[in-house]
Design a binder for this molecule. Structure first.
Ligand code: ADP
Ligand code: MG
Length: 614
């Protein structure tokens, strides 16, 4: 039943120009089909959607008497009272899309409910025709022709056919991904571009990006603080040159959200090169009370009641999986869930009991590091990056001992990582190139190590490990460092004293708005403290939504880099040997900025270069 919203309700909904481009028309029509409960939706466009758009579905249909009402503004079957606004589960609820599309095009709706006959009703430039009997199966077919034919100014504003088509296609891709149980057919100028069969997310991802992508992804199925995160994320070696491979759906809606993308980007931090972006198709489901979807209708964003909780949850799940720490097991799909068996005492990796949202808020505000220490090196090379297929365990027996599984899993991963590692003793130092690259020979391979990158990585790892174990050693300074800042900056820094202390700084007030640093983490001795605090304070503004500990760790890492041996400095032979020993032969490591520390050259590759072999 379609009814007209009262002004009281209507005025509380963010208003907005819904329809300004072909893609926004397609979006509204497909959303209506989804809201109608369709399991099959077909979309056809011509000339980038300017000439025609046809969307048909097998949903609930519109009854004869409701057809005219569908065209009237503020008419919706989806929302009645203002209170409903806080719990909308449908994609549409403003009741204005059809009215506005119909006013700027030649539109026709043919629809049939299961109980009734098929009827059609056309509308040209806002002038409604007559309801007339039609033929057709259950469901609705909406045709929009000559978009903006009566508003030349808007028509002129459109981009080329190809560009409009591209925008429609991107959006259709997101529909396929967000509704993997609906079967979509998307046709452009008579040619099928995307087709899915409603048989699940992996198949939908394959339909949009090709099957290979799946082999490079982890599949998540995580619950943290009442927030569910599922979907696929690219592994450490699978990144893209732009953000168009990132899809986030919050409670089923496609969304671009600062907090979540910052959390994901920071979790990937060390694994990504500059200007590389992670791949992800993620579904974030949160209780309706802590998210506001009623932002501007043309902005694909939502507002969260507490960004810290969202940030913390997303960050800790994704970083656990990427860093391969023991918690990853809880967050990956198809890993046995903890059984109801009584919790054995003193098990270090015991799965965290779920916290309430309120508890989570408290915990995350003070959380210094991602929970759980990483017990082995992060997988960093494609050959031994375990993707979801490898992580899958054989189907567990009914009473699987979760802790036993966990232990085996970790032992297996440690063993694998160890096998991939070289014995540093087998690496024979052969000299250096350009005062930057160290040369080593091992068996039939040569390794070139970027001394700067390697050193950075080692310092970074040591620091993180110590932060996590809370075992940072402070190095008192001969001359305390005094920093005078403005009152706001002082207030901000003062709040970070406990965290900084935990990270190995000895820091306190020094009268007025000055702070005194009298000790630094031993790894950071000799760094430029002015530059370090400069960076911390520079990010003060952007920190509000974000957990400081993560940023600080980033800052520590970059400070580590500055403090690390620079390319261009000549190392002694002993230093070069010591460096490679400290890598424990792990040639797959990357520096904190994502650059590889080592490059392997096989003897056969050299022989090919010299045409000794072909
Ligand atoms: P909203 O989606 O915000 O309710 P619209 O203007 O998009 O507003 O649609 C108005 C009404 O028309 C909807 O509430 C729904 O009852 C009906 N409607 C539109 N499209 C369809 C469809 N494909 N199948 C069934 N009903 C539809
Ligand atoms: Mg709608």
């Amino acid at each position: 039943m379609i009814h007209i919203l009262t002004p009281d309700v209507y005025n509380r909904i963010a208003a907005g120009e819904v329809v300004d481009r072909p893609y926004s028309v397609v979006k509204e029509l497909v959303e209506n089909a989804v809201d109608a409960g369709a399991t099959e939706i077909s979309v056809e466009i011509e000339s980038g959607g300017k000439k025609s758009i046809r969307v048909s579905d097998n949903g609930c249909g519109i009854a004869r008497d409701d057809l005219p009402r569908a065209y009237s503004p503020h008419a919706t079957s989806k929302l009645e009272k203002a209170e409903d606004l806080f719990s909308v589960s449908t994609l549409g609820f403003r009741g204005e899309a059809i009215a506005s599309i119909a006013s700027v095009s030649r539109m026709c709706i043919v629809s049939k409910t299961a109980e009734g006959e098929a009827f059609s009703l056309s509308c040209e430039g806002g002038k409604l025709g007559e309801v007339s009997p039609a033929g057709g199966a259950n469901g609705t077919l909406v045709t929009v022709e000559d978009l903006f034919y009566n508003t030349p100014a808007r028509l002129k504003f459109l981009k080329s056919d190809a560009q409009e088509e591209g925008d429609v296609s991107n959006m259709m891709a997101r529909f396929l991904l967000s509704r993997p149980n609906i079967s979509f057919t998307y046709t452009v100028n008579g040619k099928v571009k995307y087709r899915s069969f409603g048989d699940g997310l992996p198949a939908a991802i394959a339909a949009v990006y090709g099957t290979d992508v799946l082999h490079n992804c982890y599949e998540l199925n995580a619950d943290k603080h009442g927030i569910a995160l599922r979907g696929f994320i690219g592994n450490q070696n699978f990144s893209k040159a732009n953000r168009s491979y990132q899809s986030l759906f919050v409670n089923g809606r496609y969304v671009v959200n600062q907090t979540v993308s910052a959390a994901i980007a920071n979790a990937y931090g060390a694994y990504l090169m500059k200007r590389q972006y992670p791949f992800y198709v993620l579904f974030l489901d949160v209780p309706a009370e802590i998210v506001d979807v009623n932002v501007h209708p043309n902005k694909a964003d939502v507002r969260f009641a507490d960004n810290q909780v969202i940030y913390g949850s997303v960050y800790s799940v994704i970083s656990a999986v990427l860093d391969g720490n023991s918690r990853a097991l809880e967050y990956l799909a198809n890993v046995p869930a903890p059984t109801a068996a009584p919790t054995p005492p003193h098990v270090p990796t015991s799965p965290q009991t779920e916290m309430s949202y309120e508890q989570a808020k408290k915990e995350l505000a003070f959380d210094v590091s991602p929970v759980g220490g990483s017990s082995y090196f992060p997988p960093a090379r494609s050959e031994f990056t375990p993707n979801v297929l490898e992580v899958r365990e054989p189907a567990p027996a009914p009473q699987t001992d979760y802790f036993e599984e966990n232990r085996k899993f970790l032992a297996e991963r440690n063993k694998k990582a160890a096998q991939e590692r070289l014995d540093p003793a087998t690496l024979v130092y052969k000299g250096e190139l350009f005062r930057t690259y160290l040369f080593y020979e091992a068996g039939d391979c040569a390794y070139l190590i970027d001394q700067h990158a390697a050193h950075e990585r080692l310092i970074y790892d040591r620091l993180r490990e110590k932060c996590e174990k809370r075992a940072v050693v402070s190095q008192p300074m001969l001359m305390p460092f005094v920093l005078t800042v403005n009152p706001q900056e002082f207030a901000f820094l003062e709040k970070q004293f406990p965290l900084l202390t935990e990270l190995g700084f000895e820091i306190g007030e020094f009268g007025g708005t000055s702070v005194k640093v009298s000790a630094v983490p031993v790894e950071l001795q000799g760094i430029d403290l002015n530059a370090f605090f400069g960076e911390v304070l520079a990010s003060m503004e952007s920190l509000r939504a974000v957990k400081l500990a993560d940023i600080l760790k980033d800052k520590l890492a970059s400070a580590a880099c500055k403090a690390a041996v620079k390319g261009g400095e000549r190392l002694t032979e002993d230093e070069a040997r010591a460096l490679v020993e400290q890598t424990e032969g792990n040639m797959g490591l990357k520096c904190p900025h994502g650059r590889p520390i080592a490059v392997k050259v096989k003897k056969t590759e050299l022989e090919k270069l010299f045409k000794r072999i072909v």
